[in-house]
Design a protein around this ligand. Structure first.
Ligand code: NAD
Length: 431
């Protein structure tokens, strides 16, 4: 990746960090449910934070040291679970925030996991495959004592994929014996689950299908704009297109494109799979990222990085609803602006939970030495997503809370209850 592209990949003008976003909503929801001060102290902070040095000898013969992190936020409901991100902006504070969000996400969709996240501050596109493998194996060696199939189970996130998971599984296996359940999002040949790659995007579309009738909309004919046409955004676009939706705009780190009559999402995904950049896709207009956000549409799916919808651009958004494929894409100030404009926001913890749900299915299949077919995986995913959406919506109707505050409130209550039942907390709300 060039320095210019890397520059572009950073969110523009985000006024708050991922950490501040997650902490803000935790505090709002904790107030709503009357969470005891002791519980706040425990649930707001991480259980364990590991930072490791990853020295790699590069092609020019010099050693470069990357920083790797694994943060385990809360394990009251089960083994820690969360992805590993490779990105130059990764730091401990961001990983901390993403780990906490995983705790709330796993609790909200009721899978028996806690929350964790990992990251390395590297730029994969600047590394050879050998260097990438070396970085990955070195990271797993160094965190191997704190992970395990019943302890902490990594998965893919931004710039990591099934190949990276395969190296992780192999490296862990050298120390502990063959252990497919140590990571999820693996290749099918190594015990990966059918449907895992598409699961987060598919979950976004399940949310879209649940949210649409609330605004008297139907997926058929719906105009969709996708910020970040990667794994999550790309699959969401292709699956929604299969239901009749029309992707009229999309972006990646290199730019944004628009075609009012509809961009063929399958062809665009194929273009990206072959290393193509969005602005080079034929038959579309190249627009600015700001123009993309302002396109008139029924649904906007932010599926890039955190903090990209902020006070400086929220007022330009021209969508009826936002389904958050990315983690923490919307700052609290932007949320207020969107609420005033009457935009329905389906929050990250709910909207992008499809990935961790199918990761849970993969882990279950690995532990039982079974393999489900794709239809079974997708049906089970749909059942869980619909149940989670309806539970959140019901609470929101009863309390007047936004879907985001209702999501956090439900999740915090569940985690606090599990912590109390283990004897860690004296009090849990709702008992
Ligand atoms: P990815 O690397 O496959 O895709 C990210 C996309 O965003 C790429 O197209 C990239 O070019 C684009 N992008 C980066 N910077 C951009 C910018 N400034 N403007 C526009 N586009 C930009 O990553 P992914 O796995 O699809 O993850 C995307 C988001 O979804 C992340 O926030 C991630 O934490 C979240 N998420 C992913 C999963 C999963 O299963 N992969 C699960 C839950 C949440």
């Amino acid at each position: 990746m060039t320095a210019r592209a890397e520059q572009k990949e950073r969110p523009q003008a985000a006024e708050v960090s991922n950490r501040e976003i997650v902490d803000h909503w935790f505090d709002v929801a904790a107030d709503r449910i009357g969470l005891h001060d002791d519980a706040r102290v425990v649930l707001r902070s991480s259980y364990r934070e590991v930072a490791v040095q990853i020295p790699v000898r590069q092609a020019d013969g010099r050693i470069h040291c990357y920083s790797g992190f694994r943060v385990q936020h809360n394990g009251a409901r089960g083994p820690y679970k969360g992805g590993v991100r490779y990105h130059p902006d990764v730091d401990l504070d961001e990983v901390r925030a993403l780990a906490a969000l995983m705790t709330w996400k796993t609790a909200l969709v009721d899978v028996p996991f806690g929350g964790a996240k990992g990251g390395i501050d590297c730029t994969p596109s600047e590394l050879t495959m050998d260097e990438l493998q070396q970085v990955t194996r070195s990271f797993i060696d160094k965190i191997s004592k704190v992970i395990g199939p019943q302890r902490d189970i990594p998965a893919p996130d931004v710039n990591t994929n099934a190949q990276v998971m395969a190296w992780m599984m192999d490296e862990y296996g050298k120390l502990h014996g063959h252990s497919p359940a140590i990571v999820t999002g693996k290749p099918i040949s190594l015990g990966g689950s059918q449907g895992r790659q598409a699961a987060t995007g598919r979950g976004v579309v399940f949310c879209l299908r649940e949210a649409a009738p609330l605004l008297d909309l139907r997926p058929d004919g719906m105009r969709m704009v996708i910020q970040g046409f990667g794994n999550v955004g790309g699959w969401a676009g292709c699956i929604a297109q299969g239901l009749g939706a029309k992707v009229i705009g999309a972006s990646d780190a290199y730019g944004a494109i628009h075609h009012e009559a509809g961009i063929d999402a399958d062809a665009l995904a194929e273009h990206v799979r072959h290393g193509g950049r969005l602005p080079d896709f034929p038959g579309v207009d190249v627009i600015t990222p700001e123009e993309l956000l302002a396109l008139e549409c029924e649904v906007l799916v932010p599926a890039a990085l955190g903090g990209m919808i902020h006070a400086g651009n929220a007022h330009t958004i021209n969508a009826r609803m936002i389904i958050e494929g990315a983690n923490s894409p919307t700052t609290p100030k932007a949320d207020d602006v969107l609420a005033d404009k009457g935009v329905l926001v389906v929050p990250d913890a709910l909207a992008n939970a499809g990935g961790v749900i199918v990761s849970y299915f993969e882990w279950v299949q690995n532990l039982q030495h079974l393999a489900w077919d794709e239809r079974e995986v997708n049906d089970r995913l749909g059942t869980r997503m619909r149940k989670a959406f309806r539970t959140v919506h019901q609470r929101s109707q009863e309390t007047g809370e936004s879907l985001r505050v209702a999501s956090y409130a439900l999740a915090i209550q569940r985690v606090a209850e599990a912590a109390r039942d283990r004897g860690y907390l004296a009090d849990a709300p709702g008992r």
